[in-house]
Ligand binder design. Structure first.
Ligand code: 13P
Length: 251
């Protein structure tokens, strides 16, 4: 199956207003190669401005970095699916390792967030990935299988169309140490096999599985040319227009 590539930029808690605008303007003025889709995930406060700058073009979509599972109500400081949707988001990240670690997000909560997004017609970019000690003890496939099993496998096959998976080994995030193309491919293939067993081959073949963890212009080509790597979820390098553009133009 010939899946298009997706290059998503997770800005995390970076960039004040003017820098967010400048970066977006720079990306919008660039041509996006055919077969590549770009997704930007700025912080909540930038969704309005970034979303407006993206209006009228179709190759860059907007994502939120997080969302609350409840529809609305007394959750001071939180943001609902309905709100991000009203600012033009088509996606939200769910299960990023930083949210799992620093905000104690459980498998169960992640499943609820996915359900809330899908119910409102949005897609989830569901992140999985093992810490260093699990990589070292060799049980990384089982670890990621469990994450997928616990937060995703309650969905039925038709709902899987609204899921993008992102494999982000924690030991590679922000460390400068990237998984080798072979390590990424091994896990991505494993994930696709798991999906195939549960949902059938056609669904597995259609699923996008992104790699995240120190993706840079220098390694994007090798990573993205692996058979089961359908693009990247980029942190640090998505904050610099030149770097992010060269990842988008990885070929
Ligand atoms: P870095 O690209 O900075 O390693 O971050 C990856 C990431 O966590 C994207 O969500």
């Amino acid at each position: 199956m010939n899946r298009n590539k997706i290059v998503a930029g997770n800005w995390k808690m970076n960039l004040a207003k003017n820098d967010a605008i400048k970066l977006t303007e720079d990306l919008v003025s660039d041509s996006i190669p055919e077969g590549v889709k770009v997704i930007l995930a700025p912080s909540f406060v930038h969704l309005d401005r970034v979303g407006k700058l993206l209006e009228g073009q179709s190759s860059i979509s907007l994502a939120a970095q997080n969302v609350h599972a409840a529809e609305k109500g007394a959750y001071t400081g939180e943001i609902s699916v309905d709100m991000i949707k009203s600012y033009g988001c088509s996606y939200a990240l769910v299960g990023h390792s930083e949210r799992r670690a620093y905000f104690n997000e459980s498998h169960e909560l992640l499943a609820q967030k996915i359900d809330a997004l899908l119910k409102n017609g949005l897609s989830a970019i569901f992140c999985v990935g093992e810490p260093l000690e699990i990589r070292k003890d060799g049980s990384y496939k089982e670890y990621v299988s469990q994450q997928i099993n616990d937060s995703l496998f309650h969905l039925d096959a038709s709902q899987l169309d609204a899921i993008i998976l992102a494999y982000e080994p924690i030991w590679a995030i922000g460390t400068g140490e990237t998984a080798s193309p072979e390590q990424a491919q091994e896990m991505h293939q494993h994930i696709r096999e798991m999906i195939s067993e549960k949902y059938g081959e056609a669904k597995a073949e259609a699923l996008h599985i992104l790699y995240g963890g120190s993706v840079k212009p220098a390694n994007a080509t090798d990573l993205f040319s692996q058979a089961d790597v359908d693009g990247g979820l980029v942190g640090g390098a998505s904050l610099k227009a030149e770097d992010f553009k060269s990842i988008i133009h990885y070929k």
